[in-house]
Design a protein around this ligand. Structure first.
Ligand code: ADP
Ligand code: MG
Length: 270
């Protein structure tokens, strides 16, 4: 499949059968067996996420957001149902293929940043580039470009403890984007930040979705960040309870402009 990320909007329709969804889950379920009975962390979730969208995954603590992201990123396997990413059924892939899939296809961003404390900002961004054996000159060029992209051109040699929380998360975002993933999965990336910094991180993600053509699913329980998303999937007790439309499905008339059946476009939706 060619790179359709930069295709004209009519080829990026999230319900266009010619284009595989960036993420499609079918009756996705994950139970954790526990002595007192199984916990149904994710239950029968069927959603389709089109390309180039910023999707907010909303739900209170314990609603299944982390479990859902782990299943989509193939860090965990479903109990039932399937996940496909860009047409590839990752829930069926053998472990040997998952490492390459995660490294090249997905960028992960975590609440606690997950930077290596002894490495500088530039060296943290370099790690994933080394893992896929990018040649040194291209590596240096890409590191510089990525740090500029997240507004940290002047902080390349700072270690994480010499950076603010918001700056550390920017480094983590640059690192996540290093290998040009198609999909960013962010688990409460603003959870440790004050609300203003959190908003600047969410708008950086929004801007990167626009400029890099990447698709992002961002778990958050901060309602003030939801308006920056193109679309919302809401979980409660592991099930989709809301979002922009039936089963969280939404029709896009053009990139970034959700049109929900039965609601005049431009009307406030959340
Ligand atoms: P969220 O990220 O929305 O807070 P989680 O996906 O972490 O939710 O958890 C969903 C549910 O699954 C919760 O009830 C949680 O207690 C349970 N859970 C999560 N991870 C495990 C695990 N490894 N073993 C057992 N139960 C788990
Ligand atoms: Mg969580």
């Amino acid at each position: 499949m060619g790179d359709l990320r930069f295709a004209p909007p009519e080829l990026r329709l999230s319900d266009d059968p010619r284009v595989p969804a960036m993420v499609e889950t079918r009756e996705l379920s994950r139970d954790y067996p526990m002595p007192g009975g199984a916990v149904h962390a994710v239950s029968d979730v069927s959603v389709r996420v089109g390309r180039g969208q910023l999707v907010a995954l909303r739900g209170r603590s314990g609603s299944g957001k982390t479990t859902f992201l782990s299943l989509v990123g193939a860090l965990d396997r479903p109990t039932r149902g399937s996940v496909s990413v860009d047409g590839l059924v990752v829930s069926d892939l053998p472990e040997s293929q998952l490492i390459g899939f995660r490294r090249r296809k997905i960028g992960f961003i975590f609440q606690a940043f997950g930077l290596m404390p002894i490495l500088s900002a530039a060296e943290n961004v370099e790690v994933p580039l080394r893992l896929v054996r990018t040649e040194p000159r291209e590596r240096d060029r890409r590191i510089h470009e990525l740090l500029e992209m997240v507004g940290l051109g002047g902080r390349a040699n700072h270690r994480p403890h010499e950076l603010s929380g918001g700056e550390q998360q920017r480094v983590a975002i640059a690192r996540a984007l290093a290998n040009r993933p198609d999909l960013l999965l962010a688990d409460e990336p603003t959870g440790q930040l004050d609300s203003q910094t959190g908003r600047s991180i969410m708008s950086l993600l929004q801007q990167l979705v626009r400029s890099e053509g990447v698709t992002a699913i961002v778990a958050t329980h901060d309602p003030t960040l939801i308006d920056l998303a193109d679309r919302v999937i809401e979980l409660r007790d592991g099930r989709v309870v809301g979002g922009d439309g039936p089963m969280g499905a939404v029709h896009f008339v053009q990139s970034g402009a959700p049109e929900v059946p039965g609601r005049p476009s431009g009307a406030p939706d959340r």
